[in-house]
Design a protein around this ligand. Structure first.
Ligand code: HGY
Ligand code: MN
Ligand code: MN
Length: 441
């Protein structure tokens, strides 16, 4: 069964335009206008293909193939459509588009089978149902916590987290969900892109017994496949991460009238903390662990006022959870020492985390056999980036497919992948879905 290459590329380029920062990367935060527009575009394609649509209270979307029947276990594929600020045109949306292309190809197959086309096998020989999923708020661009939608469907996050997660304006996730635009009932053909379901933990948790496996297709976001000239990555382990939020409070004062010797400058303290963080992780012998201080705000943020308060996030990632905690604890201790030395107060709160994990070995092995059978230039590799797959993998067989990122760039406007690699990745997803269904077509 061959995917429709031109349809895939057309969808990807259409969706690239749904951005708040045209000309400067893709910025499409969950629950914003561009998110709603991208949802509408995808749901229109799905509904036109006769699919079923279910949107849960966290705005995760599950889309079912028209021939799905109760009782058959589900082979699922998907990813996310939200981005970081000034991100790339492929992160997340490529896996969603790939899952949609598989859905549209299967839907065409169902139509052919139902119209008596003898060249295709009867559709009831598809051993499993097929669903695609769009996880909400994977990047955490609103609330700082990655994989928010999948953390709710797996029970990692509970109802109380709706009131704990806050965006940069101080609004909770619950408030943001309640404020989502309600479909205009008068306008019959407008689609529900958000659900007004009230959060009910019973509703939000997935019944994982009905799911056979979940596959996520994604760009690598690193340099490995591109450097080695390979077209497919089969993911083995996904690194874990731990994020803390640091607030340093010094003494604001006049920038001109305050001698250097009597300053308690929160930003100079933060600067020492940033470099100390880098120094600590760079001291690691096997050079695998990474730490990033990517978000920092200064208050009152005026050129002629000595910074009173600085808030920043520290995230540490590695394949080994003990190592993540060992290094994060060392960083926290050093930050406290530096703040004390400058008589600046320091508050550190745990923000979010996810454990490193190995994806399902049997599924990885099946994918590797398939890649060999299809004569693909592939590599089994790890993922430094986190993905919703690492939440779902705790409950069902889960696999990930990577395609190369040119020059290893991602989370930036330069993010890109060659067309032939984009196509090869979706075709491999298609073949893997059918392989999972033990259906030779
Ligand atoms: O941060 C990550 O690894 C992912 O892009 N959300
Ligand atoms: Mn992603
Ligand atoms: Mn990302």
């Amino acid at each position: 069964m061959k995917i429709n290459k031109s349809r895939l590329l057309e969808m990807l380029h259409d969706l690239e335009d749904f951005t708040d920062t045209p000309g400067n990367g893709v910025t499409r935060f969950s629950f914003g206008v561009q998110d709603a527009t991208a949802r509408e575009y995808i749901l229109e394609k799905a509904v036109d293909a006769g699919c079923t649509v279910d949107i849960d209270a966290l705005q995760n979307i599950r889309i079912g193939l028209k021939s799905n029947v109760p009782g058959k276990s589900i082979v699922m594929a998907g990813s996310h459509i939200d981005t970081v600020r000034h991100g790339g045109w492929l992160d997340g949306i490529y896996g969603v588009c790939g899952a949609l292309e598989v859905m549209l190809t299967l839907a065409e197959y169902v139509d052919a089978a139902n119209s008596g086309d003898k060249s295709v096998m009867p559709i009831d020989q598809l051993k499993n149902n097929y669903e695609m999923v769009i996880f909400s708020e994977e990047e955490g661009s609103n609330f700082g916590s990655t994989m928010t939608g999948s953390k709710f469907v797996t029970g990692f996050y509970k109802e109380e987290d709706l009131g704990k997660l806050r965006d940069t304006n101080g609004k909770t996730l619950r408030q943001r969900l309640i404020e989502l635009p309600i479909k205009d009932d008068e306008d019959e053909d407008s689609l529900d892109v958000y659900s007004m379901d009230y959060f009910d933990s019973g509703e939000i948790l997935w019944d994982f017994d009905e799911i056979k496996s979940m596959l996520e297709l994604h760009i690598e976001q690193g340099p490995v496949l591109d450097k080695e000239g390979l077209s497919i990555g089969i993911v083995d382990a996904i690194y874990g991460m731990r994020v803390v939020e640091v607030t340093l409070t010094g003494v604001g004062n006049h920038a001109g009238a305050t001698p250097m010797g009597i300053r308690y400058d929160a930003l100079c303290t933060a600067a020492e903390c940033v470099l100390a963080t880098e120094e600590i992780v760079k001291s690691d012998d096997d050079e695998r662990i990474v730490a990033t201080i990517g978000k920092l705000s200064v208050s009152p943020d005026c050129s002629n006022v000595i910074p009173q308060e600085v808030k920043f996030t520290v995230e540490v990632r590695d394949k080994d959870e003990d190592k993540i905690n060992e290094y994060m604890d060392r960083i926290i201790e050093r930050i406290r020492q530096l703040a004390d030395a400058r008589q600046v107060t320091c508050e550190i709160t745990e923000h979010s985390k996810s454990s490193p994990l190995y994806l399902t070995k049997s599924l990885k092995d099946d994918m590797e056999k398939l890649a060999i059978k299809k004569n693909l230039a592939y590599k089994v590799m790890d993922s430094g980036a986190v993905h919703d797959a690492c939440m779902i993998a705790n409950f069902v067989d889960t696999g990930m497919i990577f395609v190369p990122s040119i020059n290893g760039r991602s989370h930036v406007p330069e993010e890109d992948t060659k067309e032939e690699d984009l196509i090869a990745g979706v075709q491999f997803l298609m073949d893997t879905v059918l392989n999972e269904m033990k259906t030779e077509v």
